[in-house]
Design a protein around this ligand. Structure first.
Ligand code: HEC
Ligand code: HEC
Length: 299
């Protein structure tokens, strides 16, 4: 009989068969182990990728829903909302309020449920409710994404606490951590003490937080509407035209003491703090108005 062409594959010796069997089993196991390792790395890369996408989506949600109170870079706005992109927030906040859960859960829960209003709060408005479970606009995945985005500030926030890179935290009036400010460890920016003598308008503009929301030099126009509130470069020219029957001085004065009475078109009410009359004397407010309306105002 003619031998088939694959005759050379025939193994006669039983020992050789056993040996070959063992070798092939070993090779198979090695191959599976190798694939397992590779797969684990692939899964890790994939998870990182998902987290990255969640953070990106969270960034959009933040910019559209949170930035007008917590600031475009998360460093808070004076009198409006506390800093989240802050060393204090990542290192000390949970101790201060005796929260025993994780920071993730704290952020997710605060975002989901908001904060109830407080009488005489130091903040202009309350933290809104975001989750659909509590009547807000966000789905669960959106709450999770914006939480991931906030937590992603940690590495950068931990570098804060130096003179060039101060912690932007504004202490909660009822938080115990004022003591920490003494050694400067967590606090970089202690709230300004209540002034006794009238402060000059240039200084008020910074200490009252106006500079965080208003650009003094750029003019307000359709393409450049300012960081949070309107630009003030051309305020002396336009202030007298904002409200019929109000001259420039009256208008700017009212804008500071009663910001919601006339809300500039294209902006929402309630962002500008409502309590400036409690934080500045009438004399200070008048000097601020005069300075803002001076076409040659000096810094
Ligand atoms: C209308 C202004 C406003 C908006 C918009 C807002 N917040 Fe807040 N948020 C606050 C105020 C005010 C507080 C402090 C509340 C308090 O403790 O009384 C706060 C507190 C928080 C806290 C807890 C901070 C801490 O140290 O305890 C987190 C986290 C937070 N906000 C996240 C968000 C996120 C994320 C968004 C967007 C989805 C958002 N906030 C939108 C005003 C706002
Ligand atoms: C948290 C952000 C924020 C802070 C802080 C803030 N403002 Fe405003 N301001 C706004 C917004 C938003 C508007 C537009 C909506 C409105 O008219 O209330 C506005 C409007 C104004 C206007 C009217 C501008 C125009 O073009 O008609 C004046 C004047 C003004 N602010 C002065 C001040 C002064 C002075 C301070 C500090 C003592 C201050 N603001 C602090 C957000 C802020």
């Amino acid at each position: 009989m003619k031998k088939p062409w694959y005759y050379f594959l025939y193994v006669r010796s039983p020992l050789a068969k056993i040996f070959l069997g063992i070798v092939s089993v070993v090779i198979t196991i090695a191959a599976l182990l190798f694939l397992g390792v590779v797969e684990e790395q692939r899964m890790e890369a994939q998870t990182a990728n998902w987290d990255g996408r969640a953070i990106e989506k969270g960034a959009d949600l933040y910019a559209n829903n949170c930035a007008n109170c917590h600031g475009p870079d998360g460093k808070g706005l004076p009198g409006v909302a506390p800093a989240l992109h802050s060393k204090y927030f990542f290192t000390q906040r949970l101790n201060d309020i005796s929260w025993t859960g994780s920071l993730h859960d704290y952020v997710a829960l605060t975002v989901a449920a908001g904060r109830p209003s407080k009488v005489n709060s130091q903040w202009a408005q309350r933290m809104p409710t975001w989750s659909q479970h509590y009547g807000g606009p966000f789905r669960d995945d959106q709450v999770e994404n914006v939480t991931k985005f906030v937590l992603n500030w940690e590495a950068d926030a931990l570098l804060q606490g130096t003179a060039e890179n101060p912690d932007p935290w504004q202490p909660f009036v009822d938080a115990p951590t004022r003591a920490m400010a003494a050694d400067g460890s967590a606090m970089g920016a202690e709230a300004a003490p209540e002034p006794t003598a009238p402060l000059p308008p240039q200084q008020l503009f910074v200490t009252m937080g106006c500079s965080g929301c208003h650009n003094l030099d750029a003019p307000q126009d359709a393409t450049n509407r300012g960081p949070v509130g309107p630009n003030m470069g051309n305020l002396p020219e336009i202030a007298g035209t904002r409200v019929a029957g109000e001259d420039a001085t009256t208008y700017v004065h009212n804008s500071i003491v009663n910001p919601n009475v006339h809300v500039v078109e294209g902006y929402v009410a309630g962002i500008m703090p409502q309590n400036f009359t409690e934080r500045m004397s009438e004399e200070e407010i008048n000097s601020l108005v005069e300075w803002l309306l001076d076409p040659n105002r000096q810094r």
